[in-house]
Structures are given as C-alpha cells and as structure tokens.
Design a protein around this ligand. Sequence first.
Ligand code: PBG
Length: 338
Amino acid sequence: MWQSWYIVAMRSRPRRNRKSPVVRAYQRETTVGPEHLIYPLFIHGGDEDVPISSMPGCSRLSPAGLVAEVEAARAVGVNSIVLFPAIPEALKTADGRECFNPDGLIPRSIAGLKERWPDLTVVTDVALDPYSSDGHDGIVSADGRILNDETVAVLCKQAVAQARAGADIISPSDMMDGRIGAIRDALDAEGFAEVSILAYTAKYASAFYGPFREALDSAPKHGDKKTYQMDPANGREALRELALDVSEGADMVMVKPAGPYLDVIRRVRDACELPVAAYQVSGEYAMLKAACERGWLDEAKVVEESLIAIRRAGADVILTYFARHFAAWLAGDRTAAR
Ligand code: PBG
C-alpha cells in the first residue's frame, strides 16, 4: 500500500519538536519581554487624566497621572518611556517656538521624572507638530512648502532643551533631511555628548497615525505629510534614509509603523549593525483594541503575537502602547497562554 509505505519512510517529523511546552521552548527563536519595550505616554498640563476615545486604555495624563503610570510600568519591568505633549492652541505658532521653552511641558515633566527616578530612561520626540499652528512637523512657508533647513535649526534648539532637562535619548520623528547630524552637533556643542539619538529613519506617511493626531489635536490643518514622510510603497528608500542616519551619527534607528512594515524592519536589520526600533503605532493599537473589546480576538494572545512578529522581523526594541499591560500579563502566568 502506497500510503503506509510513505508514512514508514518519513524520518523527519517536525511535529516531534512541538510535542510539549518544554520541547517547544527548546526551539523557540524569538522572545519578547519588558526589557524590549518603550512605553509612549501622552501628557498635558491639566489636572485630570483625559481618556482618548480612539485609544481605549490611554489618556492624556496630568502630572500626577504621569507619575502613577510610570510607577505602574516600572513595577512590571518597563523602564523606558517616550513622552508626547498635548499643547494648548494658544501656545502654538507658525515656528513652533514653544518646543524649546525651557519651562515648557516636556522639560518640566522630564525633570520631575528624573528627580524621582534617576534610572528611568526617558526618550523624547523631536518634531514641531504638537507646537505648530499648522499641525506640521516643520515650518510651513507662505506658499505651503515645508522648509527643511529652517526647521532643522529649530529642532536643534528643541533637542538641546530636552537634553538640558535630563532626556536620555532624543528621538527626531520629523523626517527633515540632515537633522540627525545637525542635532548631534548641537548636542555635542552644548556638552551633551552622552545623550543618544534614536532616529525615526523610515517613517512612512501612514494613515495608521490617525488616533495619535486625535490624542494630541495635532492633525495637519492643511495638506498632508507626504513631502517629508515616506511613501508606503517603498522599501529601497528606507535603506537610503538608513545610510544617511548612520553616517550622521544615529545611535539607533527606527521603522514606523511596525506591523504593516515587517519587511522594512527586516531589510533595515540586515543592512546595519545598530539597534533597530519599531513603533507599533496608534492605529495598530486601536485596531487590536477594537477587535478585543468586541470579543473577536483574545487580547493577551494577540498582543503577544503582534509583538513577537515585530521582534522576529528584526526589531530589538518596540515602542508600544501595550507596554504596561503586556508586561503585567507576562509578570503573571506567562506559560498559561501557550
Ligand atoms: C509626530 C509623530 C507622529 C507619531 C509619532 N510622532 C504623528 C505623525 O507623524 O503625524 C505617530 C505615533 C502613533 O501614531 O502612534 N512627529
């Protein structure tokens, strides 16, 4: 009988390496733990935490809310955060100058956190959009163009103000040309040679940022971001941006968004020696949350799978709004779901 002959002759049976949790663990290639996560947090100057409707479980945090959230994250092993500020309209200008106010929301928040927890790793975002009356990451000219070099000069001041307040890692998300080298020089000139730069290297012009812009009221008032953020259709362009950021002195590079761009993460991972970060953005969070809230997906399992996939693609570090809750779940019974 052909069938039984074939089965007898089948010496290689991959299922043997899946037969029990212990044996499965032998061949598990990818892990994800709190040490791989950076937790993005939204802050504002108000006294209340204000829930963000399109990002269930996330709020614009008050100063007290920020402290409570960081405390809870640290308790489950997440010791890196990145801060995003919601700035009142009255402080927004065409040149976004509030971004380098030494008494602004971000410098005050960093100083407060570092005073309390000197070993907390604080990452800051460098771009003008939270501070821009146009809602763009750069300065907009009278005829609607984004001015590159004028913007870079302001970003350097923003980076120095953040470093002076105690930021550990400066993270330019603006996608202007030449900003990594310029910010490196500005930091070094002011005595901040130890402050790192995590470059948003391949940041795509993505519709998955929608909930984030709602969270910060920072959507562009006109036009889109396609003259500075990358076309989702492109992979080679990411490698061109990577070569520039590496040559300009980036310490770490980032791909954003993460889930829909796993191929780009892999290409960047294979093309450089630096740590690679990936940002599981607001829209990725909102999609998973919405399905889980309806009971259509199992949250703990699907979040872990999404993070494992990003790590498997080649990311060393992941920025994710799930950081605290995922780490809490890991700190519980992490074998139960396997
Ligand atoms: C702004 C910035 C954005 C995000 C991080 N920094 C939005 C944008 O570029 O429009 C998006 C993050 C997210 O969607 O979670 N420079």
